[in-house]
Design a binder for this molecule. Sequence first.
Ligand SMILES: [Zn+2]
Length: 95
Amino acid sequence: MKRQEISKGCALCNKGVMHKNQIGFYRITLDHFIVDLKAIQRVHGLEQYFGVAYVMGTDNNLANKMSTVNFLICDDCMFGELIQLLVIKDKILEE
Ligand SMILES: [Zn+2]
């Protein structure tokens, strides 16, 4: 990661990501999606008519991405305010 991105600092505390001499920090990517209700209703209708196995074979887009943001979080904030994200991360890594 380049200096320009690191110098933005922690998005939560607004301090540098190494403000307590931590050597680790996190980059969070947050995608916001909105479900496509018409697509869900259409898939549900196809499932009712053709069966789940038929519909599973198709590649239906059921939600649309509205925005994506990336930001940094320092170790201090991650182990404090956002500890549940670490629990999720560890759970996914174990899978
Ligand atoms: Zn922070």
